[in-house]
Design a protein around this ligand. Structure first.
Ligand code: ADP
Length: 401
């Protein structure tokens, strides 16, 4: 075996996702999740060449979980481990790209906590645990927001008093940047276009969903904003609503700000509209069985998505292709079809057979003859994090066993 091995870590408040990526291989050698950390039920689950495994790691915190998975990672990284890449949700305006982690980077991530009070402290826990367990390895932070720091001011500013931006950093940031960057670069490669003079619309459709306009390899607009709640309909998030809704619900329902925020983030979107599920597979099946809520949720999802893509088109000088990715984008011909049907004015149309063919990791072009390209490109955020990590660590850096 050859290539370099990067451990990719995504720290949550009570969980830690990990994957060992070799830069010469498309699938991780080992990946898994330590969850319910800090509790008696703490559990480590992982998948490797031998199959799926799990074990109890009662009371383990982030550091203990990393210590538990260390021997597994070392056994899979036969060439040694070359670095650790961390997903960090919010880089604010401080980070326009990925960077090597040192104490000033940790301070800047900490300074950004007011913008991501749930995510950044959790990401920091992962970083601090990894620094303790792997003190000799270079570690890199890859931010969800960094790709969107190239947005022009007229795309990132809200039309609210300027002091709220100047003194409190209230602006649009955008998320899913690692995925939008990965799939647009992949699409350019597949179409044999120069990424640095190309123009794309991307739709990342997972549990969270967002759209992006990418010109010459740079994000020029994106649907998520100050937080991931803004934009298109998602699994449990509402996406755009009237900004007066908070006040209206407080008056009519007597709900606190916390309750309104919880409902818009956790009880809305596909789940709220359908009254059934946040999972698109379940909704497609139910819609096929005449479930009215599921049918409506799918229609709203696709119409709002198409509206968002059409508005993103304002940022493009031309259109080299519309890219679908994420669990829904990669696997649902129905959602791709319904969405593209709303985009006739952009000249987009699908080829039915090719649309039906692109499932379960099968990538390809699915447009009809005469339409601009429409592509299905599986995302691989872990691989992008590993590639960023590799590009930042010294090429001659020795592997650590
Ligand atoms: P996450 O954002 O958690 O990484 P994923 O990218 O895995 O999520 O996407 C999860 C979504 O993809 C779910 O709504 C799931 O139902 C949907 N999905 C996965 N496979 C299919 C499929 N075959 N048809 C429709 N939706 C699918």
């Amino acid at each position: 075996m050859t290539g370099k091995n990067i451990l990719v870590i995504n720290g949550g408040s009570s969980s830690l996702k990990f994957a060992l990526i070799n830069d010469q291989e498309s699938a991780p050698r080992i990946s898994g999740l330590a969850e319910r950390l800090g509790s008696l039920e703490a559990q480590l689950g992982w998948k490797d060449a031998a199959g799926k495994h799990s074990k109890s790691i009662a009371k383990a915190g982030h550091r203990e979980a990393l210590n538990e998975l260390l021997p597994l990672v070392q056994a899979a990284a036969v060439e040694g481990l070359h670095g650790v890449g961390h997903r960090v949700v919010h880089g604010g305006e401080a980070f326009t790209g990925s960077c090597l982690i040192d104490s000033s980077v940790i301070d800047a991530i900490r300074d950004t906590i007011p913008l991501a009070p749930l995510h950044n402290p959790a990401n920091l826990m992962g970083i601090e645990a990894a620094l303790a367990v792997f003190p000799d390895l270079p570690q890199v932070a890859v931010f969800d927001t960094a790709f969107h720091q190239s947005l022009p001011d007229y795309a990132y500013r809200y039309a609210i008093p300027a002091a709220l931006y100047e003194q409190h950093a209230v602006r649009r940031y955008g998320f899913h940047g690692t995925s939008h960057r990965f799939v647009s670069a992949e699409a350019a490669k597949q179409c044999q276009l120069d990424y640095h003079s190309s123009a794309w619309l991307t739709a990342h459709l997972g549990n969270g969903c967002s759209t992006c306009a990418i010109v010459d390899g740079q994000s020029r607009d994106t649907s998520m904003g100050l937080t991931p709640l803004e934009g298109v309909v998602m699994g449990t998030r509402s996406g755009d609503v009237d900004p007066n809704l908070h006040a209206h619900l407080a008056n009519v329902m007597g709900w606190s700000l916390t309750e309104v925020t919880r409902v818009l983030n956790n009880e809305s979107g596909l789940k709220g509209l359908s009254g059934l599920s946040n999972d698109m597979r379940t909704l497609e099946e139910a819609a096929g069985n005449d479930h009215a809520g599921a049918q409506l949720a799918i229609e709203v999802f696709c119409y709002r998505l198409a509206k968002s893509l059409a508005s993103m088109a304002c940022a493009l000088p031309k259109l080299d292709g519309l890219i679908f990715t994420g669990g829904i984008g990669e696997n649902s011909p129905l959602i791709r079809d319904k969405t593209v049907q709303h985009l006739r004015l952009l000249g987009l149309q699908l080829d039915e057979a090719n649309n039906l063919r692109c499932l379960r990791g099968v990538a390809g072009e699915i447009q009809a003859a005469g339409s601009p390209r429409v592509l299905v490109v599986p995302t691989n955020e872990e691989l992008q994090i590993a590639l960023d990590t590799l590009s930042l660590i010294a090429p001659e850096g020795a592997a650590h066993a």
